[in-house]
Ligand binder design. Structure first.
Ligand code: NAP
Length: 285
């Protein structure tokens, strides 16, 4: 298949880690709560990778996701939720997962993540997550906001399952994961999921700062946001989960599913938004 510019199109789905299922490279975030109509529209366009968490809207986000996915074939979706660090102990993980499943109206999560590292020993959390995979309530185990040291420690405590993903902050202003978490992800063989991919504040397509991105967007007849999402997911291991409550935004993000940037586009964006040296811990906002 080729785009209107004659370039080849990317596959909208790719393996989630070395041996994981095919998952849409662009998904949908749901913080603090999603608009069920927008979410459903996105699913219809192929944005079937849905990210939520027990924290978001105090459970409301999961309820709204549950509403949006009602009647949709469960195996066409990749549903992700997260347990809060204060619930990440043996009993707490099991109870939190049950609550999330109830709110979502589903029998299993495709990936269940530790939202960030708190005071519970990471081995206890990983053991509880492994039990959930064994029981069928989660298909895989993930983490979020872990740097390579934490990732190594968490992975070292697992017995029968592997970490499927690390979900981290990644956008044009924050590319330091490329030198830190991404090399670990490559070596280990899991996925990296980019949150807040459109930046904080959200990129201003008319701003001077984004002139290069805007120029590339014009060339392909898409929005600058789609160009950014395609750029961030150029690595085979990387997925992005933008959150959009407006239908035109959902349409724009879905255009990134198959948008294949050229090497010179990628080089131009990298030069206009250079990676910096990381100072301090893994950034989270
Ligand atoms: P984001 O997705 O980068 O940005 C969301 C904002 O971008 C919204 O204001 C949205 O507007 C706007 N937007 C979306 N698509 C657009 C488009 N095509 N054109 C113009 N504006 C567009 O940031 P985020 O919500 O912080 O991150 C995404 C998801 O990552 C969250 O929803 C959540 O699921 C996850 N997350 C995880 C963590 C973690 O610790 N693991 C932390 C933060 C976020 P409208 O809503 O008005 O459409």
């Amino acid at each position: 298949m080729s785009s209107r510019t004659g370039r080849k199109r990317l596959q909208a789905r790719k393996p989630f880690g070395e041996s994981g299922p095919l998952v849409s490279r662009i998904g949908q975030g749901t913080w603090p709560v999603p608009d069920p109509g927008a979410l459903r529209h996105g699913i219809e366009l192929g944005l079937t990778h849905i990210d939520t968490a027990e924290m978001y809207g105090d459970g409301k986000s999961e309820e709204f996701v549950g509403k949006a996915i009602r009647g949709i074939a469960r195996d066409s979706l990749f549903l992700v939720s997260k347990v809060l660090p204060q619930n990440a102990h043996t009993r707490g993980v099991a109870d939190a997962c049950d609550r999330s499943l109830r709110r979502l109206g589903t029998e299993y999560l495709d990936c269940y993540l530790l939202h960030w590292r708190g005071n519970v020993p990471i081995g206890e959390t990983m053991a509880a997550l492994e039990k959930l995979v064994d029981s069928g309530k989660a298909r895989s185990i993930g983490v979020s906001n872990l740097d390579p040291w934490d990732l190594r420690e968490a992975a070292g405590t697992l017995n029968t399952h592997k970490i499927a993903c690390d979900q981290v902050l990644y956008n044009l202003d924050e590319r330091t994961i490329e030198d830190h978490e991404l090399p670990w992800v490559h070596e280990y063989g899991c996925a990296l999921v980019a949150y807040t991919p459109l930046g904080q504040p959200v990129l201003d397509p008319d701003g001077k700062k984004f002139a290069v991105v805007a120029g590339i967007a014009r060339k392909y007849g898409v929005t600058p946001h789609a160009v950014v999402l395609s750029y961030l997911t150029r690595d085979p291991s990387v997925f992005a989960i933008p959150k959009a409550s407006r239908l035109p935004h959902v349409d724009a993000n879905a255009a990134a599913l198959t948008l294949d940037l050229s090497e010179s586009d990628v080089a131009a964006i990298s030069a206009a938004h250079p990676n910096r040296e990381r100072v301090g811990p893994l950034p989270t906002n």
